[in-house]
Ligand binder design. Sequence first.
Ligand code: GLU
Length: 334
Amino acid sequence: MAPSLEDDWVPPRAAVSTGELPSGADIETALAEAYEHCGPITDGNVADYIPALAAVDPSSFGIAVASSRGGLWTAGDAYSEFSIQSISKPFVFALVCEAIGHDAARRKLGVNATGLAFNSVMAIELNDQRTMNPMVNAGAIAATSLIPGVDADEQWSNIVAGLSSFAGRPLTMDEEVYRSEAATNLRNQGIAHLLDGYGFLYADPDESTDVYTKQCSLRVSSVDLAVMGATLADGGVNPRTGQQVVTAVTAKRTLAVLATAGLYETSGDWLFDIGLPGKSGVSGGIVTVSPGKGGLGVWSPPLDSAGNSVRGQLVTRYLSDALGLNLFASVPLN
Ligand code: GLU
């Protein structure tokens, strides 16, 4: 861990980067272009290690952009629902930061990339910071175990309430996906027990794995993802409902972890191409956040070998460039 300043240290002067999305008409045009340009791409394979995910229509394709000012633009199947899967991880991590503070969350969960697959057991064995970060399954199950609640039921209720506030509407669970994953998630149970053995799990391992599996089965649409992303882009305030869901500090820390580890072991490639914090999930969704400006939600089920939506990455890349979102882009001053 890098040497850290005191938890409550505030610099004498603090600034926040600002900026606006292009006009609504320009966003609409860029979305239509992105949809048309990426529509014909059929590369990748639908996830099948969770049996219920294999049944999805691979041609499903939705895109949504939500601005920090409350605007919303969509294309294709933007309101179709799918299970959130790993995209739940940053939002649960944000809730944990709210509950225990971001420094404690960093100590207990870690914030560095593993360079290994999302469900790697080797990453736990190789690193003294066993959980590594809250975007891989080890850190994510540990994050779930840190959610406040007297028992697993209350932790689950708090997760549903928190993620629903991010989305600005009540989210519900996909029972079929939950049952399908719960019947086949021996590996995640193993990870939870291994972490428990190392003292890096903070509640009962079987119950924590079960709550984690439920959280992955929450149903969202591309529009929900865009609004959830826009909430992280807007200092933790949901721009559609006006609710302060988490603090601005929590939003900032969550985005930092996404930049490091949001796209599994190809997070570096993602940042190189797209230049924004994002998180993908095995059902084919990707949420991307443009700090201060807004959120993008994309859904297209076929995945690359790392588990990221093929078309989702290309659409996001297109929109990052077309809308001027890349955090690292600048023009010379002459
Ligand atoms: N529920 C899935 C798992 O834990 C989520 C994986 C993902 O979306 O990366 O295996």
